[in-house]
Design a protein around this ligand. Structure first.
Ligand SMILES: Nc1ncnc2c1ncn2[C@@H]1O[C@H](COP(=O)(O)OP(=O)(O)OP(=O)(O)O)[C@@H](O)[C@H]1O
Ligand SMILES: [Mg+2]
Length: 517
């Protein structure tokens, strides 16, 4: 009975598509007609054929008239209720959470019952996670009640006003009307909560990028991603223990403060500014943060963003439990210059207003993201959507940045990653050499007090270069590098002194010359 009615409905919807002349619609209609012939015999099939002809050839007004009575007739005889859950409902820009939860929930059932499955690599790349393929049907049972899930596609079409409606996925859930209250309340709640749990369990962390030239549409995301598999953790980061603990505490407090943020009326997000010379561990720290909090990373390539509108769309598409990273923010755009221009116009407060794009320059490939657009991105109204997000900027030149960009509230925590101290060296020695103490450490400590060396350079010296490189050899190599750097610093200093000395002598001679004349 259910099969018969779902075939009838399939035909009805397929004929709707036929009206728009889509190939998918025609094939689905033909397939459904054939299955109906088998399921219910030639009489109903002939009736359906007549109905198809009416839809195809009669004027729209006539079709609408028949449609009205057709759906009433169907409702009268049809004892089943159908609920559709669309991946992109209406003009929504984000994939529906309910859709993804259902997808995960059904993955368990699909692997047992569906005939066509899609497989994706699961967490830790050790297992496959299955989900049902398009147009597959899966049966589920809840408290002795049977329900049916089907994954459908609307089919793309060109509307009468020449606008394009993209192909969209949706789940339809069918159940007998006598179970309405059971299905709409406890069953769907159970599906959503279990689906979300399964999602978290199977979740692989992802590293997203916007740099691949993808363009946004209603169902295609502007971000592309790979599985995030960076091994850095806070244990492997070379940094003073106290400073490290302070950062960890700050991060953990943030993740557990959902209610606090809600109570004080603040969007649940936090900005971090990581600054310091190249090779001091800024990028490594981002990976360690993602690993600590189990967050995804959105690596935002600002120069690839066309304009402020595109920047906002990218923001909307990010999910919660994520880090939005803009590396080398000082190099990303000429943000300082743009702000200065604005200040000249004495419209300082304009930076808070939504950006205006010039439409005649739209197709220019260079980025038109402005400082005002970026400020809105960080803490404008749109930045609150999603929640539980960190925004991290990295820079080598903190002094180059516009104060508005890094003020508290935007970049809440400023973390300086600097040259390697002896305490940081001990962390690297533990990681690279599995060593907590060594007679050569005293000499290294003494040299490190005089010489500036980045953790990246220390790490490079501690790396084995051949199987014969033992611990002592690597430590000696580091000492050699430190001594070389110390000598270079002394030479540089003496050169600077002598240049300064000769400049003073020149000045004295000039003064004496001018006074004698
Ligand atoms: N604090 C650190 N702790 C552990 N390893 C580090 C640290 N700093 C640098 N390294 C090592 O040096 C390499 C380069 O570090 P990283 O890319 O994080 O530097 P960065 O500060 O982001 O540099 P840049 O400013 O050039 O982007 C890393 O692969 C890592 O192995
Ligand atoms: Mg970096």
């Amino acid at each position: 009975m259910f099969l018969l009615f779902s075939s009838l409905e399939n035909i009805s919807s397929a004929q709707g598509q036929l009206h728009h002349n889509t190939t998918t619609g025609m094939w689905t209609g033909a397939a459904s007609m054939a299955s109906l012939w088998v399921a219910s015999g030639p009489t109903i099939a002939s009736f359906m054929f007549a109905w198809a002809m009416i839809q195809q050839y009669c004027p729209r007004a006539v079709v609408r008239f028949f449609q009205k009575y057709w759906s009433r007739l169907m409702n009268y005889f049809h004892p089943y209720i159908q609920i559709s859950i669309h991946e992109f409902a209406g003009e929504r820009l984000k994939s529906s959470e309910a859709f993804t939860a259902i997808e995960s929930y059904l993955s368990k059932n699909s692997s047992n019952t569906a005939k066509r499955l899609k497989a994706e690599i699961g967490k830790d790349s050790t297992n496959l996670v299955f989900s049902m393929d398009d147009h597959e049907k899966v049966t589920d049972e809840f408290q002795g009640v049977k329900v049916w899930w089907v994954l459908n596609r609307t089919g793309s079409s060109t509307n009468s006003d020449n606008s394009y409606s993209p192909d969209r996925r949706y789940y339809s859930l069918t159940f007998h009307k006598k179970h309405r209250s059971l299905v709409t309340e406890p069953y769907l709640k159970h599906v959503l909560s279990e689906g979300k749990e399964i999602r978290v369990r199977n979740r692989q962390r992802k590293l997203y990028t916007n740099g691949s030239g993808g363009r946004w549409s209603y169902h295609h995301t502007m971000w592309s991603h790979i599985v995030f598999e960076h091994p850095a953790t806070f244990d492997t980061i070379a940094m003073e223990a106290e400073k490290k603990q302070e950062i960890i505490d700050d991060l953990l407090t943030f993740t557990s403060s959902k209610d606090f943020y809600a109570r004080i009326g603040k969007a649940w997000k936090r900005g971090y500014l990581l600054f310091g010379p190249p090779g001091t561990g800024k990028s490594t720290m981002i990976a360690a943060i993602a690993n600590l909090l189990n967050y995804d990373i959105y690596d935002l390539e600002l120069t690839a963003v066309k304009n402020n509108t595109e920047l906002r769309k990218l923001l909307i598409e990010t999910t919660s439990k994520s880090i939005i990273v803009i590396e080398d923010i000082d190099c990303s755009l000429d943000l300082t210059g743009q702000r200065k221009k604005k200040e000249k116009k004495s419209e300082d407060d304009e930076k808070e207003k939504p950006p205006k794009e010039s439409s005649n320059k739209e197709d220019d490939t260079s980025s038109k993201v402005t400082l005002s657009g970026l400020l809105n991105f960080i803490d404008g109204i749109w930045s609150a959507c999603g929640g539980e997000r960190l925004i991290i900027f990295t820079t080598n030149y903190v002094e180059k940045l516009d104060p508005a960009l890094i003020r508290t509230g935007r970049m809440d925590k400023h973390i300086e990653l600097s040259y390697c101290s002896f305490e940081s060296f001990l962390v690297l020695a533990k990681n690279y050499l599995n060593l907590e103490t060594h007679p050569l450490f005293d000499q290294i400590k003494e040299l490190m007090e005089d010489v500036k060396i980045t953790p990246a350079d220390v790490a490079e010296n501690l790396m084995p270069k051949s199987p014969k490189d033992d611990i002592e050899k690597r430590l000696l190599k580091l000492i050699q590098t430190l001594q070389g750097a110390k000598e270079a610093a002394i030479i540089k200093e003496s050169q600077e002194v002598s240049t300064a000395g000769s400049t003073i002598t020149d000045l004295q001679l000039q003064t004496e010359g001018s006074s004698s004349s």
